[in-house]
Each structure stands twice: as structure tokens, then as C-alpha cells.
Design a protein. Structure first.
Ligand SMILES: O=C(O)CCC(=O)C(=O)O
Ligand SMILES: [Fe+2]
Length: 290
């Protein structure tokens, strides 16, 4: 029997989201994003998408447009990254403590989370199905594996079976490395504009084939553990003056943060200091003699 994707309402709690994600590896939250945010995203991203070229390989697609650097292109990217069920679930599932010895002390340290990749993916008519994959293959994860990536796909237009709704294999997040994903178990994440698919880095999925006569547009943001390299280089993607205009939580999610105990330091200090107006001092990060 073909599995299904659980659908939750926008009032779903982080507990519920985590429970379903751990069980199924993916779910849909219907009508999570309001009209005004959707409209703002289209205003900010639509013109660039119109001018954008298609991809040029089998993974990125040949009839698919991919627009990245979203935190440089639209402030609404922050609204999506901060959706409580998405960020809350990512924090809960990724920030799991790991025991280490610090001298004679057994201490538990948990990673922080950070934004990994941001992209609008617009699949045009006659695009074929993308091959099923795990997104955390970019970090060469082997399975079984702790959860290190949680991802969201916002439907900026309706997602249907005909127009290329993301294909998801529920339950595939627990498959071992030697087990290939079962194509016949892939379910299209059909959802209306404003709804979101959330899935784990280990869940097999892929862009669906577009057999309709119009494009399908989705916006994706992934969260990963802070001790992994960001897939999209956010320090190059988002100019620092744009980073400065975001709230501190977003700045830290973009990578201006350390992962416990001290990964990512700059001048032996918290890299967030480069965004603050601090006088240069020894050990400070805002300048001074090196
Ligand atoms: O566009 C989609 O529905 C999914 C695309 C995808 O999974 C990817 O490019 O990694
Ligand atoms: Fe993917």
C-alpha cells in the first residue's frame, strides 16, 4: 500500500510536528504562510525569476529555474525561516546533546542550528522527474544517522501531481545506506499556495515531473547543525550590510554565531561582534592590529 503524507493545520504544535517528522520523515502544514508574505515574496522574487535561466544538468533540471541568495533578495525570507513550527522542529531535532569529556567532567554539548541553503525552485512544463535523493548527501551523511538537517518547501504556487509537486518517500529517512529509495512509494506533496512541506535531510524526495501547462514555484530553506558547513555560502550570498538589517536571531542563523563549544570563532571571539558597533580592542573582532 502506498504511504501518505500527514497534513497538519497551521496551529500544529512543535511537539506534533516533531512526532510526525520522526515517524514519517516528512509532512505538510496547510496554509502556514499568510497572503501578504506570499505577495511580498512574489514582488521581490518574481521579476528576477522571469529573467533567470534554466539549469543545465540532470539534478538541477533543464527546464527548472533556481534562484538563490534569498536573504539578499527578500526580507520575507526571514519570515519563512522563523516560522515557529519549522525553526522550532529544527532546533528540537538537531540540537540534541552529545556527551564529551572536558578534563574529568562529562559534559553534554548541543549544536546550534544555522541556515544552509535557500532557493526558489521553479519547475516548468516538460521538466522530467528529478532523481530521488537525500539532501544531506551534500554532507556525505551515512545511515543510520542522527538528524542534522530539517528543510521546508513553501508552495508559492499550488503544487499538484501534474505540475511537479515534490515527490516524497514517507518513512525513507530510516533506510540504511545499502537500501535504494522505492520509486513506487514516492508521494506527490500536493498542496495549495501558502502551504509548506517539511522534511528531514535523510528523507528521499525529488522534484516531480511537470506535465501541466504552467510553472510550479516553491521556495526552500534548509536548517542544519552548526557544526556542518553551510551548503550555500551565506557569507558570500548575503552582503554584510543586508545582514546588519536583520534581527540578531536571523544574523546568528545566517552563520554569525559559534556552535558550542566554540566552532566558528573569529579573533577568539563571537563572530556576531563584527555586526555590532564595538570599538576595536585587543581580541576584539572589529579591527585593530593583527
Ligand atoms: O523542487 C522540488 O520539489 C525539490 C527539489 C529538490 O529536492 C532539490 O533540488 O534538492
Ligand atoms: Fe532535494
Amino acid at each position: 500500500m502506498k504511504p501518505t503524507l500527514t497534513r497538519l493545520s497551521p496551529s500544529a504544535s512543535v511537539d506534533e510536528v516533531c512526532e510526525v517528522l520522526e515517524r514519517d520523515g516528512g509532512l505538510i502544514i496547510e496554509n502556514l504562510v499568510d497572503e501578504a508574505t506570499l505577495k511580498g515574496l512574489w514582488e521581490d522574487l518574481g521579476p528576477a525569476l522571469d529573467d533567470w535561466d534554466y539549469g543545465d544538468n540532470d539534478f538541477a533540471g533543464h527546464r527548472t529555474k533556481r534562484l538563490s541568495s534569498l536573504f539578499a533578495r527578500t526580507r520575507h525570507a526571514a519570515t519563512i525561516a522563523l516560522l515557529p513550527q519549522f525553526l522550532g522542529a529544527a532546533r528540537r531535532l538537531i540540537q540534541r546533546p552529545v556527551p564529551v569529556w572536558m578534563g574529568g567532567q562529562r559534559v553534554e554539548l548541543a549544536p546550534n542550528v544555522q541556515i544552509s541553503a535557500t532557493q526558489v525552485i521553479q519547475i516548468w512544463p516538460d521538466e522530467g522527474a528529478q532523481w530521488l535523493h537525500r539532501d544531506d548527501m551534500s554532507h556525505l551523511r551515512t545511515y543510520p544517522s542522527p538528524i542534522s538537517r530539517v528543510q521546508l518547501m513553501l508552495a508559492m504556487s499550488d503544487f499538484t501531481t501534474e505540475n511537479g509537486a515534490t515527490l516524497v518517500v514517507p518513512g525513507s529517512h530510516t533506510l540504511g545506506d545499502e537500501e535504494p529509495p522505492a520509486k513506487d512509494q514516492a508521494v506527490p506533496a500536493e498542496m495549495t499556495a501558502g502551504s509548506c512541506l517539511i522534511w528531514l535531510g535523510g528523507t528521499y524526495h525529488g522534484g516531480g515531473p511537470n506535465r501541466s501547462d504552467g510553472p510550479r514555484t516553491g521556495l526552500t530553506i534548509s536548517m542544519i547543525a552548526g557544526n556542518m558547513r553551510q551548503e550555500e555560502n551565506q557569507f558570500l550570498a548575503v552582503p554584510v550590510e543586508k545582514v546588519r538589517a536583520y534581527p540578531e536571531e536571523v544574523q546568528r542563523l545566517l552563520g554569525y554565531d559559534t556552535c558550542p563549544p566554540f566552532l566558528g570563532w573569529y579573533e577568539s571571539a563571537d563572530p556576531h561582534l563584527v555586526l555590532q558597533d564595538k570599538p576595536a580592542a585587543a581580541g576584539d573582532v572589529t579591527g585593530g592590529e593583527r
